[in-house]
Design a protein around this ligand. Structure first.
Ligand SMILES: [Zn+2]
Length: 872
């Protein structure tokens, strides 16, 4: 699954972990259960009525005599149960989510057939069999799709709904003949019935986990391409195929890449990428042979899609295609290893991007984005080890967080860097090849990589996955006496007192000098160590290439050498140094002015991602300065640093420019606008007006969101009305989302209140309403928080159960106001499920509030000295 909660993505990084449940571990439930050999499931949905009827015939095999048979079922009413054609007693336990069948007499060991007739529910949120509603040429249409990870296949049909209970599935669906049905496998037969209905039966799946089962029914169009004998398809709502060409291209590239990388043919005859309108707590799901996307994540508009949105399409497509092998063909035995499934697919999508689009330099943006956010989360109260014990479905759902995905990815990348790309690839191949159509645990992978590489990867892997946090290395070159030595001490990097704990790590280190020498070694998990490399006194790095998941704090003289040699460092190392020193400014390990010294050292020709990091940080510092006497000077400094880059790169892409300028240009425009750059604001208005008057060249797709967002933030009442009018006529969900995001970002408080009020009515599409409240809260934290408290019942109703746990914290977390932090803690006490996320978010709000007081006096003085500009 690709985890990317709509509209909340930028706002909430911290995810809750509920207290360990007293419930019995669900993995133990079916330990001596019979093996499901084959399910034959046939459903008939009533799309309008929101229900369906189902029949299932399950072939089981048991080694023991069975007095009763227990399996999973939820929200299902079984009307008839037969075992070997004899009726059986039915007992349902809703809390345990089980169905128990008791035959009249115990069943002997061997093969048996269970036949169940049942009724189930069609949901309006994205779990189980669910429906989405959308507008098609002025008419309301509905489509059906399924989402079963982690434990929702049991809402579709009674079954052993656990990842290690693999089985063959035969699925049939009876639906209106004018709709298309899509499953994991190709259609085997389509039979016309009476009343305009067709019964579609899909070919048997290979043995697979229940969470990967898929069915969709809707007014779809499908187009296909042959990729080396595999039929790759895109399925989207009628009329949308042109917008899905880019996703198809990403699919073709990724499918070819992974067949070659894994060295194993794609195992099914076809692979569909199915887009349905709407939104949920995830972007995409890797169902075997039929990947589900919310179509906002795969539809590309030539005139409106930004570069970062385009890359997210590629990233989602390649992530889900990587799962077709890693996750689907070989499946983790239990949800404890969810991190490996997700961390690996996330890593693999970067790997594919690097191979297919090297000009994107995907690891640079990954380091600045996902990896840095995981490093931030992992240094605070509330983080957890990558590997965690998951006992229940709730705990499994909560494991889909930045630690699983982003730290998982970063640890895998570090290990690949340590053993070497080819050895790592061979280990992955051997691991998969030994377990085709089977299950595995994490150590199976490390064992295969250790065998393929001859390197002791287990120590490093365990030290990074079994304990929380990561190290900061304190490094000091010996430039007197015993030269060529860097003395290193390690401790945990911490952003709050509670995280200053005593873990130690086994750390693969790549040392390099500014003159080009390099040396690899592994620091043992002890407090002190040393690295030997010639030429340390000319300046050196301890994480050269930045593949290591740790930070390096250099002794002052060493830091000054790096600063003086900054322009000679590789782009990745410039970026890594800046990210580390920004983090040290926040943790108190170094003054924030060290970071600003690096900003000063940034070359004119800096990599766009390095400039993007400076823009983000300077925007944050301007936030710390809000209300201080230095505010204007801090903003002016930010503008002086960033303006030359926008001047050099311009507002419109040029032939042959660096591929990442398109990614960073909108960030520069937004940041300069937010800093109050009047020239940028005037140019944004001029371009928007020209575009509205028909000059399409005035507003390139890659800056459109940024320019319109900048104007929206300063919208007058008349401009606000114009946006509302635009939203009212928009019928396409993707376009509605764009306009409502802009409306939600208005700066004027009275207009923000109007937007909030609209979230209680019908005007905003249901799936966007809670996101709109979050976005208003981002610029009006107090307003957003008060609105949430006053309208909680209505808003909570529109969230799925997991989103609900986090929502209050995500709203309040926008603020650094101690009173809101206190109110959030009170909220947590009244709502125990949210208590942890509330405590953690309140703690980070207080840290942020103190940060400004602690760091700004020195920053103010530094800017007073450097504020005249950088002399270029
Ligand atoms: Zn995934």
């Amino acid at each position: 699954m690709t985890f990317r909660p709509f509209a909340l993505a930028a706002l909430f990084v911290a995810l809750a972990l509920a207290p360990a449940s007293a419930q019995q571990s669900e993995r133990a439930w079916f330990e001596n259960a019979p093996t499901p050999v084959r399910y034959e499931i046939s459903v008939t949905p009533d799309i309008e009525g929101g229900t369906f009827t189902g029949e299932t015939t399950i072939t089981i095999e048991s080694r023991e005599q069975l007095a009763s048979i227990a399996m999973n079922a939820l929200d299902i009413e079984v009307t008839r149960a037969l075992i070997d054609n004899q009726s059986a007693a039915i007992a349902v336990d809703n809390d345990a989510q089980t169905l128990t069948l008791t035959p009249r007499a115990p069943l002997p060991a061997g093969r048996h057939t269970i036949r169940l007739d049942y009724r189930g529910r069609v949901f309006d949120d994205a779990y189980g069999l669910f429906r989405v509603e959308y507008d098609q040429d002025g008419q309301t249409r509905r489509a059906l799709a399924t989402q079963f990870q982690v434990g929702d296949a049991r809402r579709f049909s009674p079954m052993w709904d656990q990842p290690n209970m693999r089985s063959v599935f035969s699925i049939s669906v009876t639906a209106p003949s004018d709709l298309m049905a899509v499953g994991n496998m190709p259609v085997e037969s389509a039979t016309q019935l009476a009343n305009g209905l067709t019964r579609t039966r899909f070919q048997d799946t290979p043995s697979m986990a229940s969470y990967l089962l898929f069915l969709a029914v809707g007014d779809f169009e499908r187009f296909t391409t042959d990729v080396d004998g595999v039929e790759l398809g895109v399925v989207v709502r009628r009329g949308q195929t042109e917008r899905a060409r880019y996703a198809m291209q990403a699919g073709v590239e990724s499918l070819r890449y992974f067949e070659e990388y894994f060295g194993i043919d794609y195992p099914l005859p076809k692979l569909d990428m199915v887009g349905v309108p709407g939104a949920g707590g995830f972007a995409a799901m890797e169902n075997w042979g039929a990947i589900l996307f919310f179509d906002q994540y795969i539809l590309v508009d030539e005139d409106a899609t930004s570069e970062s949105e385009r890359r997210f399409v590629f990233e989602s497509v390649s992530h889900e295609i990587a799962h077709q092998w890693f996750g689907n063909l070989v499946t983790m035995a239990w949800w404890d290893d969810l991190w490996l499934n997700e961390g690996f697919a996330s890593w693999a999508s970067m790997k594919a991007a690097e191979a297919l689009h090297p000009e994107w330099q995907p690891w640079l943006s990954q380091r600045a984005g996902g990896t840095e956010s995981a490093m931030s989360l992992d240094a605070r109260t509330g983080t957890h080890p990558v590997v965690q014990t998951v006992n229940t479905i709730d705990e499994a759902n909560e494991a889909f967080d930045a630690i699983s995905y982003e730290k998982g990815l970063a640890v895998i990348r570090m290990l690949e860097g340590y053993v070497g790309e080819e050895e790592f690839r061979r280990g992955v191949h051997d691991y998969l090849n030994a377990r085709l159509y089977g299950n595995s645990v994490t150590d199976d992978l490390w064992g295969a990589i250790q065998a393929a590489s001859g390197q002791p990867v287990l120590d490093i892997a365990r030290s990074y996955t079994l304990q929380p946090g990561y190290p900061v290395l304190q490094a000091e070159a010996q430039c007197r006496g015993a030269r060529n030595t860097i003395n290193v001490t390690q401790r945990r990097f911490a952003l709050d007192d509670a995280s200053r704990t005593d873990e130690r790590w086994s750390i693969p280190v790549v040392a390099a000098t500014t003159r080009g020498a390099s040396a690899r070694s592994v620091l043992p998990a002890s407090a002190q160590g040393a690295v030997t490399i010639a030429g340390v006194c000319n300046g050196y790095l301890l994480n050269a290439g930045q593949t290591g998941f740790f930070r390096v704090h250099y002794a002052n003289a060493d830091f000054q050498r790096l600063r003086r040699n900054f322009t000679r460092l590789e782009d990745a190392d410039q970026l890594g140094l800046m990210l580390d020193y920004w983090a040290f400014g926040r943790s108190g390990d170094a003054p924030l002015t060290d970071y600003l010294d690096l900003v000063e050292a940034m070359p004119n020709e800096a990599n766009p991602i390095v400039v993007m990091d400076a823009a983000t940080s300077l925007g944050a510092i301007a936030g710390y300065a809000r209300g201080r006497s230095s505010e204007a000077a801090v903003r002016a400094y930010g503008m002086r640093v960033l303006q030359p880059y926008l001047a050099r790169w311009g507002w419109t892409p040029r032939d042959g420019e660096h591929a990442n300028i398109a990614l960073v240009r909108p960030v520069l425009i937004s940041t300069l606008g937010a800093l109050g750059d009047e020239a940028v604001i005037a140019e944004a208005r001029r371009r928007a007006a020209a575009a509205a008057a028909g000059d399409a060249s005035a507003l390139h797709s890659t800056v459109r969101n940024a320019v319109l967002g900048l104007i929206a933030a300063r919208a007058t009442e008349a401009e606000y009305e114009a946006m509302l009018a635009e939203a009212r006529v928009a019928t396409d969900f993707v376009e509605q989302r764009r306009v409502w995001r802009r409306i939600a970002s208005v700066g004027d408080e009275a207009l923000a209140r109007r937007t909030l009020a609209l979230t209680l009515g019908d005007e905003i599409p249901r799936q966007l309403r809670t996101g709109v409240v979050s976005m208003v809260a981002a610029s009006h934290p107090r307003l957003g928080w008060d609105f949430y408290l006053a309208n909680r019942a209505t808003l909570d109703e529109m969230l799925d159960p997991l989103q609900r746990i986090q929502y209050a914290a995500s709203i309040a977390g926008n603020s650094s106001d101690a009173a809101i932090a206190d109110a959030l803690v009170v909220y947590g006490r009244e709502n125990p499920a949210s208590a942890e996320s509330a405590e953690r978010t309140a703690a980070s709000m207080r840290v942020r509030a103190q940060l400004a007081d602690r760091t700004m006096p020195a920053v103010d003085a530094w800017i007073a000295r450097h504020g005249r500009g950088r002399g270029r």
